[in-house]
Design a protein around this ligand. Structure first.
Ligand code: UDX
Length: 478
């Protein structure tokens, strides 16, 4: 029988976003909270759960992804609810039904589970934690008298631009912006001047009836009802923006949310089997390899891929390229690499379908990262001190590039979608890996690496912010 002191622990129903880049930090946050004495019922969608099981990513039972954490004494339970999306989901050609399902069906299924956990769980659920991009958590939490903790997996800069979308709309910085309009955005609290072209990609094509627009608007209406917001970022790197947001809401920067020990995952985090690159990297000189990866979701166009491949070959730099099957163009599984590629890259290039990115970034042979600017990739690169070459594809990635290249100066721009050119790519690579510009970027990255690592030490900002969140939450629950 559970003793009465155990029953006093907060019990969170934690609904993770069903994308690799959202799920992994959520799972790691769940473990951190459990290590601080929370009971967690961690929930993902059936479609995402099956994607993970079918990928063969893990040898242990996928129904029980937290078994390693539990064997260390943490109280994390795992559940799966249906969102009505066909299994496996087709993220690329079929986004609208996926968004629709998340907006409507998932809410009903989470509510059913929540009711069960309120009645029958030991102890009953006392709070709801959910990915900010869901469109129902605040409504649901209020209906059952629970606090809602919103979990944001991208930079505070991106959060605040969504949060202040009404200002962008009022100033005409939303939807298609006329090419001759050159003014910058200077009116969002805590945000330095930014170019409208760098806003999140879907803002440019947005019309207010688009499903994605309605979902973003609704999820940020929900976040206004949140009692607390936890963000996977570092206070020192986005100080001004975070201070401005703290005037609106209890807002805590608790990132980077990595497992203790960086590469030592307690949950098997990867969707695909990892190719071991360590032997090849061991054979390469220090800081000589450019690591190339465009993340886990969106494809790169054939045109841009071809220009980048040529640029990488022309640069003569060593490279390790992650090329997921189906990640170029319309998703055909055919080999997208041009004829002659393998001969041209023999002795200096390696292509793999997936790898342990954290281990690669930690390897001393790696001197640069050509990235799509997914936020997890950026945080991992900061932790390892690897400077970035930025080629954002979609959603938050263009804005993340602004943070990297303009605010923190730890990366260089590679060009824009549809316009990137091979000569620019090869020059940028040579500049980053050997030139003077690269030297200055590396110096800045060293500072950012120190700030990122120190944030997680017991006297660091993220460590203290997480503790403060717990103190504030317990007061709220009392
Ligand atoms: C998605 C969105 O695309 C991004 O804009 C948002 O910021 C987060 O969610 P994703 O494409 O998954 O991101 O990229 P990213 O956030 O960088 O995450 C990719 C993860 O996959 C990283 O944790 C990285 O370590 C891992 N990875 C990638 C591997 O482990 N191996 C690989 O070979 C490539």
């Amino acid at each position: 029988m559970a003793d009465s002191s155990a029953d006093a622990r907060p019990h969170a129903l934690f609904v993770a976003g069903p994308f690799q880049g959202h799920f992994v930090p959520a799972a790691n946050l769940a473990i951190k909270l459990a290590a601080k004495g929370f009971i967690i019922t961690f929930v993902t969608t059936e479609a995402f759960h099956h994607m993970r099981s079918d990928s063969g990513a893990s040898s242990h039972d996928q129904r029980d992804i937290f078994s390693a954490a539990r064997s260390k004494g943490l109280d994390i339970r795992y559940d799966v609810v249906s969102d009505g999306v066909p299994v496996p989901p087709d993220w690329r050609s079929n986004l609208e039904p996926v968004f629709y399902a998340h907006a409507h069906l998932l809410q009903a299924h989470v509510e059913e589970l929540l009711r069960k956990l309120l009645l029958a769980a030991e102890p009953p659920v006392t709070l709801l934690i959910a990915d900010t991009l869901f469109v129902w958590p605040s409504t649901l939490a209020k209906k059952y008298g629970l606090p809602y903790v919103s979990f944001w997996t991208q930079p505070a800069l991106v959060f605040t631009l969504y949060y202040h979308m009404h200002l962008l709309i009022a100033n005409g910085h939303f939807g298609a912006i006329p090419e001759n309009r050159k003014d910058t955005i200077t009116y969002v609290p805590g945000v330095q001047a930014i170019a409208p072209a760098d806003l999140m990609s879907h803002f440019h094509k947005m019309n207010t009836s688009a499903v994605i627009h309605q979902l973003v608007v609704k999820s940020f209406e929900e976040v206004k009802g949140a009692d607390f917001v936890l963000v996977n970022t570092v206070q020192e790197l986005e100080d001004e923006t975070i201070l401005a947001l703290q005037r609106e809401k209890p807002f805590y920067a608790v990132g980077p949310i990595f497992p203790d020990g960086f590469t030592m995952e307690m949950v098997k985090a990867n969707l695909w089997p990892e190719h071991d690159c360590s032997q090849w990297l061991d054979s390469m000189p220090p800081s000589s390899v450019l690591y190339v990866s465009f993340g886990s979701i969106y494809p790169i166009s054939e045109r841009d891929f071809s220009e980048i491949v040529r640029g990488v070959l022309d640069s003569k730099v060593n490279f390790l390229w992650v090329l997921r099957p189906g990640s170029v163009g319309t998703g055909s599984e055919d080999d997208p690499l041009p004829e002659g590629f393998r001969e041209a890259s023999r002795g200096r290039g390696m292509v793999v379908p997936w790898c342990s990115q954290k281990e690669v970034l930690l390897h001393p042979a790696v001197g640069g990262f050509l990235t799509h600017c997914g936020w997890n990739s950026i945080l991992e690169s900061m932790w390892c001190g690897v400077p970035l070459l930025c080629f954002p594809l979609i959603v938050d990635q263009p804005m993340n590039r602004t943070l990297v290249c303009q605010n923190l100066r730890i990366g260089l721009k590679l060009g824009d979608i549809g316009k990137v050119r091979r000569d620019h790519v090869s020059n940028a690579i040579r500049g980053l890996m050997g030139g003077e510009v690269g030297e200055s970027v590396r110096r800045e990255m060293e500072e950012v690496k120190k700030a990122t690592r120190s944030a997680l030490t017991p006297s660091g900002s993220s460590f203290k912010n997480l503790d403060q969140f717990i103190v504030d939450l317990l007061k709220h629950l009392a």
